[in-house]
Design a protein around this ligand. Sequence first.
Ligand SMILES: *Cc1c(COP(=O)(O)O)cnc(C)c1O
Length: 383
Amino acid sequence: MPVATIFKFNQESRRLNTQDQARLTQLFERLSERTDQFLGYPVAKDFDYQHLVQFLDLPLNNIGDPFAPSTYQVDTREFEREVLEFSARLLRAEENSWWGYVTNGGSEGNLYGLYLARELFPKAMVYFSETTHYSVSKNLHLLGMRHIMIRAQESGEIDYADLRETLRLHRDQVPILFANIGTTMTEGKDDLVKIRQIFKEMAIGESYIHCDAALCGFMAPFLTPRPAFDFADGADSISISGHKFIGSPIPCGVVLARKRHVERIARSIAYIGNLDTTISGSRNGLTPLILWTAIRRLGDEGFRERVQQSLDLADYACARLCAVGVKAWRNPNALTVVFPSPSVEVRSRWQLASADGASHILTLPNVRREQIDQFVEDVAAEF
Ligand SMILES: *Cc1c(COP(=O)(O)O)cnc(C)c1O
């Protein structure tokens, strides 16, 4: 009998009692209902990873560096490396010149990117726009990094004139730019070509660019025109969420960085027989299988179609809202449709995030046209 089966057998006597079981059933029903009425967050829900349930019987742990051998062998690091290789190709990293790992989400990847930047340039100044994700302030605080907030344009993209002026005042410090490739509220994208042009104009020698591509990292490679955001465009590190555009029952993400940066800070730890290069020590072994499944099923062509379907739906949602008199808009090639905030009831019913009088819906792949129609009806009824 396989070990996992024996173990399960021993657990039989420790079943949940009926009351506890009933609570879980209730919770599941409520969550299923709330999942269906869900338009306000950039999270795909059209996934099916049932074939991975067997792995819940194993003490998976991808402890340490995905590329270094480890004494802990109940791991999925081989599959993790395939996920990273796929991501590196999409993000146009040069062969053998990148490193990365599967994270617990976009925020961890952003923390990692900033950590790497700080180790390389301890006295640098971090620049990021006012539309940057809330987690960045906390990360900068944790890392004790000096920073300056830059104005953003209406679209959410950084204000290049303000960036230029601010850089001019701090020419003695190495700039670390925290770039947004899809801001949380409007999906605005900073342009790495423009940023690097500014660096060049100002004769800045050393610099570091981290890209927060939480939602858009797995979309942008399939957009025309292709946004300037990846390694070929000059990024030093890039963080993407796995549970957003791809979709996952467990939050996860991917972070990639230039290998030469990482090599400068790697430390070897004898206890696990591995390198302590990741933020978490013990790491999730299930999420790499989830991302691997999605990547194997979709392939490049599947991703391309997924992006196109989502864009078509965003276009539809924006047009429908405008047709009933709502001043809705979206950035080019964005899945985020922005409009003046409706009533508290509508916001709560559809779980809409709101800030500064604006709300948004995101048309990730599983959103159906009927849901958009229903939503538009709700909004229109209030006019
Ligand atoms: C969602 C998001 C994050 C955080 O990612 P998590 O995966 O939730 O940790 C960071 N930046 C942006 C722009 C996001 O949209």
